[in-house]
Design a protein around this ligand. Structure first.
Ligand SMILES: [Ca+2]
Length: 263
């Protein structure tokens, strides 16, 4: 597998994150055209999604910046409905390999996708590493703040409930601020594997704390080590393995990590 196609998988993962947390537009009768805003590799598969409310009655074209137009077929995707949309179609333009800027347009011109590029992709693998930095718990380099310094107290373990264990560090799982050993381990492993596969593409712009300043280590390994150190803390003895830090009380509304009132 080439460097380009593997980096493309990183792009796809980022897009999945973006789409997962992107709320559907509340205007319930407007179809949506969704494309990969990070672009498509020239030789790779290229699909857009059309989210609609009924059977297709319109034609769609792929329009280049210099005015070329290619008619696209909207095909039922087989994907389950994505409320409020009842129908999901795919528009495949994998055969288009000319580098350039494009968008998808409904024939009446009233529905258009964002412009996107084919054959040109930004180095977003660094952005993925940067996202992990923003999720750091303990010392957060993005906010330059310390959060959750008292993690944590144990339950259901070999020691008495409410015993102190050092579970500082790791990453907040998502919009909430729980921390999970399984997802944290998965993220750590993926970063190590990404570096192992492509040791030359990752930069060194931050130190071990994730703050500006080179430390001679690729930033993706700084981030992987942040995860490894936390994983070791969660396995303090042969008969102790902590798999989750925090619980549903962490869903106490929206707040920055250092303002978290759950204990
Ligand atoms: Ca570094």
């Amino acid at each position: 597998m080439s460097i380009g196609s593997n980096l493309y998988l990183l792009y796809v993962q980022l897009i999945f994150i973006l789409l997962t947390f992107m709320p559907a537009r509340l205007n319930a009768q407007t179809p949506e055209l969704r494309v990969n805003l990070l672009g498509y590799p020239a030789k790779g598969p290229k699909k857009a999604l059309l989210l609609d409310f009924s059977v297709i009655r319109n034609r769609y074209v792929l329009e280049s910046l210099d005015g070329r137009r290619i008619t696209l077929a909207a095909v039922r995707s087989g994907l389950r409905p994505w409320p409020p949309f009842q129908q999901v179609f795919t528009l495949d333009f994998s055969g288009v390999e000319d580098t350039g800027s494009y968008r998808i347009v409904r024939h009446d011109g009233l529905l258009r996708s964002n412009w996107f590029r084919i054959g040109v992709q930004p180095p977003v693998h660094e952005a993925v590493v940067g996202f992990m930095q923003t999720q750091r718990c303990g010392y957060n380099p993005f906010l330059d703040k310390v959060c959750h310094p008292y993690d944590g107290r144990s339950f259901y373990g070999p020691m008495p409930d409410s015993s102190y264990v050092d579970a500082r560090g790791g990453w907040h799982d998502a919009g909430d601020q729980l921390k999970y050993l399984i997802t944290g381990s998965n993220a750590t492993a993926r970063m190590m594997m990404a570096w192992e596969a492509f040791p030359d593409v990752f930069g060194d712009e931050v130190n071990a704390w994730g703050r500006p300043g080179r430390n001679g280590l690729p930033d993706i390994l700084d981030e992987a080590r942040w995860g490894l150190d936390w994983i070791h803390r969660l396995h303090p003895a042969p008969d102790q393995l902590i798999h989750q830090v925090a619980d549903d009380r962490d869903h106490l509304g929206f707040k920055l990590p250092y303002n978290d009132s759950s204990n």
